[in-house]
Design a protein around this ligand. Structure first.
Ligand code: F6P
Length: 759
């Protein structure tokens, strides 16, 4: 309250001063107007009396008729006295009221006679305010006397006093109103939110709260909100790490944590930086219309980004990626470097620029119209164009050059190449830096040799990959397919017992490393599942009591249309869920310059409309399709609110949405419906496993999930959480990097393998 008063007291003082000045001005004006009015009235009255009195001077005076005349005039309201004087100032006739006082000619009358004009003045007679107005009297153009009118002016003082009182009351009321309003406003917009923030920080410090307070919008508060939210996140993360470390020490547990990874890698990497090359950057700067044209930072919807960011945070190093954001060039230094994360810079992002043609040929064409459908059994035909292949080779060369430049001053650098965009990179890097340890992690499935044989440049891709010391896949069957493909495609010795390939003396190990996420033990969220679900329904403008969620890039491999058909059948088979259950599909538009992806976006939207038109009623809809990119924080709310999460990929290397959903359910609620064709199905066996092509199985799984007893949900979720906790992203990075750093690279592993095998 003291702060509020301090803030508003200058305002109160100003209001009081202004009100008083205004009251003074009003009083002065009122007095002036009333006096002018009285003077004017006396002038008119005087002139009419003058006309009547002057003829009297033609007769000998004093005369009784003069006394009668002044007595008659003297009876007018407020007129205290009328007096007539001769030229010498001797009273000839005076009305009775103040007769004794006006026997002697007043000064005003003397002045009027002297100046031969009317003259008035305000004075006080016997403590009574009066107005005296005098006029010269003429006879034969000579001033022969004066006429004086004495008017009672008490009413002027009374009226002015009233005005003064009213003005003061007004000033008081105004001051009170302004003070009250200022108090409310300051408390509502300033001190209240600040007090809430302080209280929240206090509860946070004492480990009781997680949800930041709601603050009003505006530049200062936006900044404050941003900073305190980050502070909270850091504090919670630090606390969680400390608790986790303490718990692990206590139980001698061997869980991998960010801290353990950092310590382990700093000794394994001997404090050398890590070099990661991935097409997708972890932070993209875009200048959007939605943000008043300001530059906005976006974390792209990518499982790869989700998995690699914690590794870079734990190890420091450099992430080399395509600068694809519209404002990316504005935010780098002269060497195309940028320290990230923007809020707490920990590692370097090196951006590589591509022309529109390069992006079209390498990314849209060869990588995403060629290799992507080649590696996924989703029945979309791969397209291989010679010009795309040229672009793919050129861009791989460009990234190799950037990586070589970055690692110039690092001895025996550790390099982690990511994904199908860079199959040629391992060999390019190795040729320039034979001392480097190079691994490539392939985030998609690897097809069988027959399918891979479709690619006209399959041999070259395999050759590029075999430049690596280590090739990683999510699961064993992808490793098996890779070895079989190598067997068929190139001349090399494949050693199935050791899962390695020796090509011209260089040994490449092939291993499964199931990628994962970081499971944070954040305790209970601020809202319960039901509260969050109600809040989201309210924001979405729908009425539903139970929510399901799907989170995907809109990609034909994700089985979104199949999922929707399963939902449609579910409502047909179980109509009692109509008006109760709504499925929310968060769909990040992806690779939209490719026609197949555009068509799919349209299909998902029109399927949503078709199914909704069939069932929707009032404010209830069976499906809500949110076609936009969502931040981690936004997605987390849907995960928490959902009774079920559907991952129905037609084919997927791993699928981190499945693991993110499990990681986010600290309340042990919610059911995961998971495609058997996603790599994650091998680990998350407590999900409801489905064949996404089997619509009846999908509908049945939704029904089973919504009817699963809470105890069963908890038991399944707990087991899945245990699995994700143990096989987290730190463990993934630790195994991959530890396998890589343990490789000896100075000599071929087996002398006899140096001989190429001709097939
Ligand atoms: O599955 C391969 C992958 O790189 C994922 O890691 C990631 O989620 C996705 O593709 C990203 O695709 P893009 O970079 O084309 O948006």
């Amino acid at each position: 309250m003291r702060t509020t008063l301090k803030l508003i007291s200058p305002l109160i003082v100003s209001v009081v001063v202004v009100s008083l000045l205004f009251a003074g001005y009003q009083v002065r004006t009122e007095r002036r107007v009333l006096r002018n009015d009285l003077s004017r009235r006396d002038e008119i009255l005087g002139e009419s009396l003058q006309e009547n009195v002057e003829p009297q001077f033609d007769r000998p005076l004093p005369d009784k008729s003069l006394q009668r005349l002044v007595d008659r005039f003297g009876q007018r309201e407020h007129l205290k006295c009328v007096a007539v004087y001769n030229a010498n100032g001797v009273a000839l006739a005076v009305t009775s009221g103040l007769a004794s006082l006006f026997q002697i000619r007043p000064a005003a009358a003397a002045l009027a006679a002297e100046r031969d004009t009317g003259f008035g003045e305000f004075l006080s007679v016997n403590n009574t305010p009066v107005h005296v107005y005098a006029l010269p009297l003429h006879s034969n153009d000579q001033v022969v006397g004066t006429l004086a009118l004495v008017h009672d002016a008490t009413y002027i003082d009374q009226q002015v006093a009233h005005t003064l009182r009213d003005s003061l009351v007004n000033a008081l009321v105004q001051t009170l109103l302004v003070t009250l309003l200022a108090l409310i406003l300051v408390r509502w917009t300033l001190t209240g939110p600040l007090a809430r923030t302080a209280k929240w920080l206090r509860t946070l410090r004492t480990g009781q709260s997680h949800a930041p307070p709601s603050l009003p919008q505006g530049e200062v508060f936006d900044q404050l909100h941003h900073e305190v939210t980050h502070l909270a996140r850091d504090l919670n993360a630090a606390r969680a790490t400390a608790e986790e470390e303490a718990r692990l020490r206590d139980t001698n547990d061997s869980l991998w944590t960010a801290e353990r990874l950092r310590v382990s890698l700093s000794s394994k990497l001997q404090n050398k930086p890590l070099f990661v090359i991935a097409n997708r950057e972890p932070y993209m700067h875009v200048r959007g219309i939605g943000n008043n044209g300001n530059v906005q930072v976006i974390v792209p919807a990518s499982g790869l980004v989700t998995a690699l960011e914690p590794v870079l945070l734990a190890t420091e190093g450099t992430w080399i990626a395509h600068g694809a954001g519209s404002a990316d060039r504005e935010t780098v230094d002269a060497k195309d470097h940028l320290r990230v994360p923007p809020d707490h810079p920990k590692y370097t992002l090196r951006r590589v620029w591509l022309s529109a043609e390069e992006e079209k040929g390498y990314y849209e064409g060869f990588a995403n119209e060629g290799i992507w459908p080649l590696c996924h059994i989703a029945h979309t035909r791969p397209i291989f164009r010679p010009e795309d292949w040229v672009a793919y080779q050129e861009v791989n060369r460009r990234f190799a050059d950037a990586a070589i430049e970055e690692m110039e001053s690092t001895e025996s650098p550790i390099v982690l190449v990511q994904d199908y965009h860079f199959a040629l990179l391992p060999r390019m890097i190795k040729e320039a830096r034979p001392d480097a340890r190079v691994a490539i992690f392939w985030h998609t499935p690897w097809p069988n040799p027959e399918v891979f044989g479709i690619c006209p440049w399959g041999r070259e891709l395999i050759d590029g990959l075999l430049g690596a010391d280590l090739v990683g896949f999510h699961i064993q069957s992808h490793c098996n397919n890779f070895l079989s493909t190598v067997d068929r495609a190139v001349e090399a010795l494949t050693e199935w017992d050791r899962f390695s390939v020796n090509r011209q003396g260089h040994v490449t190990r092939v291993r499964p490393f199931p990628i994962s996420v970081a499971l944070q033990e954040n305790g209970q969220p601020a809202r319960t599942m039901a509260e969050e679900s109600a809040a989201l329904c309210n924001e979405l403008g729908i009425s539903a009591t139970v929510l399901g969620v799907g989170v995907d890039r809109v990609d034909y491999t994700k089985g979104i249309l199949e999922r929707f058909r399963g939902i449609e059948l579910f409502f047909e088979l179980y109509p009692s869920y109509q008006r109760r259950f709504t499925f929310v599909q968060l769909g990040a538009p992806s690779r939209t310059k490719i026609e197949r992806y555009q068509t799919l976006l349209d299909q998902v939207a029109s399927e949503t409309e078709r199914i909704n038109a069939r069932f929707q009623a009032g404010h209830w809809k069976p499906i809500v399709f949110l076609k936009r990119h969502h931040s981690h924080e936004e997605i987390a709310r849907f995960y928490h609110a959902a009774s079920l999460c559907m991952v129905t990929s037609l084919h997927d290397g791993m699928n981190l949405v499945a693991k993110e959903f499990v990681a986010s359910r600290g309340d042990n609620r919610g059911v995961l419906i998971l495609s058997t064709f996603a790599g994650a199905a091998l680990e998350l066996t407590d999900s409801l496993l489905v064949n996404p092509y089997d619509v009846q199985q999908l509908a049945g799984a939704i029904h089973r999930a919504l009817n699963m007893p809470v105890e069963e949900q908890a038991a399944r979720m707990q087991r899945m959480r245990d699995s994700v906790r143990e096989h987290n992203v730190y463990r993934w990075a630790a195994s991959l990097l530890s396998d890589l750093t343990e490789i000896r690279i100075d000599a071929p592993e087996r002398a006899e393998s140096a001989e190429p095998l001709t097939r």
